[in-house]
Design a binder for this molecule. Sequence first.
Ligand code: DGT
Ligand code: CA
Ligand code: CA
Ligand code: ZN
Length: 573
Amino acid sequence: MDNGKIASLLEEMAELLEFRGENPFRIRAYRNGAKAIRDLTESVAGILGDPTRRLDTIPGIGKTLVDKASVLVETGSLPQLEKLRKEVPEIVLSMARIPGLGAKKAAVLHQELNLKTLDDLRRACEQDVVKVLKGFGAKTQQVILEGLEIAEAAAERIYWAKGDQLAHDITAHMSLCDVIQRMEWAGSYRRGRETVGDLDLLVVASDRELAMDQFESFSGRSQTILRGETKMSIRVGKGFQVDLRLVEDSEFGAAMQYFTGSQAHNVHVRRIAKQKGLKVNEYGVFRIDDESRIAGGSEQEVYQAIGLPWIPPELREDRLEFDLATSEMPQLLELNQVLGDLHMHTTATDGEATIREMADAAIARGLRYIAITDHSQRVSMAMGLDAQRLREQWRAIDQIRPEYEGRLMILKGIECDILEKGGMDLPDDCLAEADWVLASIHYGQKQSREQITDRMLGAIENPHVDCIAHPTGRLINRRRPYEIDMDAVMDAVQQHGKLMELNANPARLDLNEVHLAAAKHRGIPIAISTDAHSVLGLEVMRYGILQARRGGLTGEDVANTLDWPAMKDRWLN
Ligand code: DGT
Ligand code: CA
Ligand code: CA
Ligand code: ZN
């Protein structure tokens, strides 16, 4: 059982215990343990299996959690969890999460109406079956219907890229209002998380009412959720929420620090502050003894007051940042450091643009080299290339190259599938002629952990393979990563001197930030690539940069910050 699975089962435990109104400390122990395990780069099973290691030396994992994790690893299930699941059916939990419903009413609904899904509940409301139940009534029924809609929309966190678009639209709209003196985005959006639950905007305005009026007049607004003195929330489209907070200029830094989060980061910040006799909140940093305020105008000041350097928002997840802050804060990667893009498709397979069009677009973006990496034959849906068609493409590249001499290096690459039965989708003699070979899994993703890991190891051992593309295969919000022994994969990558990809597509962002940090720790070079299927697709590089920063990566850790000859020299054998 992998760490992700263990963590989600522990989270489920926490949720069920919470539903039952159990001891909050116990619930928190499960939540903390789940987070610690999710963030762990080594496998829990590995640590438990090693008599020289102890799981409870890892912060956040107490004795109880060690027992639970051992049972999970050994038996694949947890008796206590099974019992709770029987007592509290999934549907009751989902209903309890609906705003305005709660645990008690959810239980009654389940008992009386024998509902299986939230859709059943909606139908029951629409058919006026709910309002006649004892203790419900027409108003409650309406609240449930509205809550259902909210829950549905909120269930899906949106991709950062989509949040970014919305943030830009709102910024443009707010900028039209001249009472606004200062405006910044905070929250998970500022931290560059893969997905955002809602957007958080901080504003300093000479007239708060006018600023709120402006916010309310945003054309995408579908509803005003609340409008108070200093806080306002609107809904955009079907359900996405945007929060506006009006703050004082002198408190802007403290507010930014507070509302950027993450919550876990802030808890840690407050703990450090407390040890120094200080208190940090959204208004500033205060001395506990005499309540005097010592910082708050800028974030820099806030961190400095508690003895820390300013911490880049992308790192504020209570993972690496406090260790880095006390040793050395890295100079995180920036977009302009990236010189090449090593994964893209053309009209030869499922891309929309020709080699020339991709090349011109790459030059316009300031790149110095690109690799054309169309699919191999196994990907029949995309007209994947066999050896003959691939060699034809390479001849075409040979012909185009002189035109781009001195402006852009066009590499002859391939995204070669790792076959279901193991082995590469194209013969070695063909792969040997490529400048750059990506290996990736597109089929047989449901195979066992052993099978997938073996296939991956086979590819890494192939001397012609340079880099593993989108190594976990996950699609955010849509498909879980395949089961794979990432420790073993990274061991092999290290041993054979290969690279790993950070696929910058906003739906992939694969490797994730935890794996990136592990790769960095091992000295595995990362290639950040767009996997572009069109000229516009090259744009996604910036999402990859954010993800790299979240993993703590600097220019040193990323292979394509070097020019092609230097990169080849340094990282390819
Ligand atoms: P999201 O919206 O789910 O993607 O994640 P965030 O981090 O943007 O969370 P959000 O919008 O609820 O709140 C923004 C930040 O404000 C959060 O990262 C930390 C801070 N914050 C909000 N509510 C609380 C709270 O109740 N306690 C603490 N300590 N911090 C809070
Ligand atoms: Ca947020
Ligand atoms: Ca919020
Ligand atoms: Zn691709």
